[in-house]
Write a protein that binds this ligand. Structure first.
Ligand SMILES: [Zn+2]
Length: 102
């Protein structure tokens, strides 16, 4: 387990988790129950958090989140090498590293 990000917005945290799960990256939400009950707990420790189940997925997770911040219109594509599906903004396969075929 690895802490990926912490945000004051539970909606944002849930959105990030959903993006990761849609990309096949397992993630968990923490501190979701504290909204409205933060009291004396420092915000940094009580803010909703997104945790990665698999530590080694961090680079991919950030790639997914960055891509979601900068959506590019266009059809998705499927890797010719391993059949992994990708959104339009990716130029190579994150599963096997093969470049996108025209
Ligand atoms: Zn591939």
């Amino acid at each position: 387990m690895k802490l990926l990000l912490s945000t004051p917005s539970l909606v944002h945290a849930a959105h990030c988790r959903n993006l990761l799960q849609a990309a096949g990256i397992r993630a968990d939400l923490r501190n979701t129950w504290l909204a409205g009950a933060m009291g004396d707990i420092p915000l940094r420790e009580s803010a909703p958090q997104v945790w990665l189940i698999d530590d080694e997925m961090e680079a991919q997770a950030w790639a997914v989140l960055r891509a979601a911040d900068n959506p590019v219109a266009g059809p998705g594509w499927q890797c010719a090498s391993c059949a992994e599906r990708h959104e339009a903004q990716f130029d190579s396969c994150w599963q096997c590293g093969a470049p996108r075929q025209p």
